[in-house]
Write a protein that binds this ligand. Structure first.
Ligand code: ADP
Length: 537
């Protein structure tokens, strides 16, 4: 053998952090009482090992799925490592899923134990009889916050840790073994599980850490708004211990003020989250006249960030908004927008336009766009096609599925429509199912929302297709005004007409107090389409 071939276990990342970044911290706003607590990586490592010992004592064995229903906290992060580090599968469950989806997911994964935040305990009270395979529940809290319950086999996380030791060595196994499981929210049909492996997560963590990805180092502090329960929190809970940056886990408070306070108090240098969170933050900053001084970058993804968001971060706060695109099936990082050498000499307007796109892949992922016949389309920034991906951290076969999710050449169809320009930057035009098809022509709902959210009186806007007798579908725009504002339909249409032709303009604009969100914080177009079905007669 020419070079060494070490076995790899994701928990080695935490071992490394305990040794080489022992003083760096995981800072948490607790879910029970919003109190902020700090733990060094050394402590997190010790606690993850205690959890591993405790789970073994309770009867967990390698290969078992262990669910978590929890927000971003040190305890949830420890459980990732304590579970998959001992060879079990850390199955993150989105607490905002419907009962039907939860029922399906827990039983499909055959979870043996569930670790749960105390605030979500009522879910179990209502559903435990529907989870026959679950042998016990561990509530992520200390004794005094334990729920009073008749449900059998309920354990207190902190008590389990206290009664265990951290004398534990992570086992060695095939790094292609499953480490963690996440289900897509399944807007159509049953949710589908994606089983990540130790090695796919390692690849992803390396890629994520590059300076053309999230670009953080051991002096940085990342605010992890993206949930640990969905799509691996964009891999940040793996990249953090690897790089040695501090991680801030915000618990349950997602309002602009709470997020601002964490950034300010802990001098966060980077933050990652979906656009709706940043809308709240910017609105709080505007209203309070405060500036985010420590932040260099804000990473945004999950759904398209409107152009006005880039301008607001840059002009008011001197922050680069970094657009990223990905999906559960991709661990999730697909592309991220950092400036390539090729675009630096472009005129400012063109440069800014490109910097708002969803970005380029990092080595390890390849992308292409194809037409309905599956033929590859040119990378000219104009042709729109279905976006296909392949790579080392892209799904091959959904959990327990019989058929692979990829075509014969290894490409996975993302269900997104996109362009790719000559510099390699990809831009999402829409999800294929959200495109509005009017009289045989397409209107991008994403474009319309983005432009509407640039209107000075608009906080949020969603565009959906409504069936129409003559045109097949016509756009309807649903708007949440900024607090204290009352924009008119006419002013919205005038604003949109600078970008859209007359036939593309929405047939109606409806003002609402809030837009329903999916379990992952995106506009729930499904609910909106249901709600406004038949709006055009
Ligand atoms: P869910 O479907 O459960 O929300 P995902 O998080 O996996 O789960 O969603 C992935 C989808 O989100 C992508 O296929 C794409 O449509 C959308 N998406 C993610 N990031 C972006 C982005 N930056 N811009 C536009 N759409 C995005």
């Amino acid at each position: 053998m020419n070079m060494q071939n070490h076995p790899f276990n994701l928990a080695h990342l935490l071992d490394f952090a305990g040794k080489y970044h022992p003083t760096q911290k995981v800072i948490t706003r607790r879910v029970e009482d919003d109190k902020i607590v700090e733990h060094t990586y050394k402590e997190v490592l010790s606690r993850a090992k205690r959890l591993a010992n405790a789970l073994i004592k309770l009867g967990a064995s390698p290969g078992d799925c262990i669910g978590t229903i929890a927000l971003n906290t040190h305890r949830h992060m420890e459980s990732w490592y304590g579970i998959s580090g001992q060879g079990c599968i850390s199955h993150t469950i989105n607490p905002r899923l419907s009962m039907k989806q939860l029922h399906y997911i827990v039983n499909h994964a055959e979870d043996k134990f569930i670790l749960i935040d105390p605030i979500f305990w009522p879910i179990i009270e209502g559903m435990h009889s529907k989870f026959p395979k679950v042998e016990g529940y561990i509530v992520l809290t200390e004794k005094e916050n334990m729920p009073k319950t008749e449900v059998p086999n309920v354990y207190c996380y902190e008590e389990l840790l206290e009664s265990s030791t951290d004398d534990y060595t992570w086992p060695e196994f095939d790094p292609h073994q499953g480490s963690s499981l996440c289900y897509t929210s399944g807007t159509t049909g049953d949710p589908k599980g994606v089983m990540y492996t130790h090695i796919s997560n390692l690849w992803h963590a390396y890629a994520l850490s590059l300076s053309d990805a999230i670009a953080v180092g051991a002096q940085d502090t990342i605010l992890v708004v993206v949930p640990l329960f969905h799509a691996n929190s964009w891999g940040l809970a793996y990249a953090g211990p690897m790089i040695g940056c501090n991680l801030i886990m915000p618990g349950k408070r997602m309002d602009g003020q709470a997020i601002f306070e964490l950034i300010d108090k802990y001098q966060a240098t980077t933050a990652a989250g979906v656009p709706t969170v940043w809308t709240n933050l910017l609105e709080y900053a505007d209203a309070s006249g405060r500036i985010m001084e420590s932040l260099k970058d804000v990473v945004v993804g999950g759904s398209a960030a409107p152009p006005s968001m880039f301008t607001r971060f840059r002009e008011k706060h001197d922050i680069d908004l970094i657009h990223a695109w990905g999906m559960t099936e991709m661990s999730p990082l697909g592309t991220i927008n950092r400036p390539s050498g090729g675009i630096m000499s472009l005129p400012d307007k063109d440069y800014r336009r490109i910097r708002r796109k969803q970005g380029r892949p990092i080595f390890g992922v390849d992308i292409k766009i194809v037409n309905d016949q599956g033929e590859e389309l040119p990378r000219d920034g104009k042709e729109v096609g279905r976006l296909l991906v392949k790579g080392n951290w892209v799904v091959h076969t959904y959990f327990k599925a019989e058929q692979p999710a990829i075509d014969g050449d290894g490409w996975f169809d993302t269900g997104d429509m996109a362009t790719i320009d000559p510099y390699g930057y990809m831009e999402i035009i829409d999800r294929a199912k959200d495109l509005i098809k009017s009289g045989g022509e397409w209107i991008s709902s994403v474009d319309m929302e983005n432009h509407a959210m640039g209107h000075e009186e608009v906080s949020l806007a969603a565009a959906i297709a409504i069936n129409h007798d003559k045109w097949g579908e016509r756009p309807l725009l649903i708007v949440v005004p900024k607090e204290g504002h009352k924009p008119s339909k006419e002013s919205l249409l005038t604003h949109l007409s600078s970008e859209f032709s007359k036939w593309q303009l929405p047939d109606d604009v409806i003002f609402v107090e809030e837009i329903p969100l999916t379990a992952t914080g995106k506009f729930s177009k499904l609910s909106l389409r249901e709600q406004f079905k038949g709006h055009f007669g």
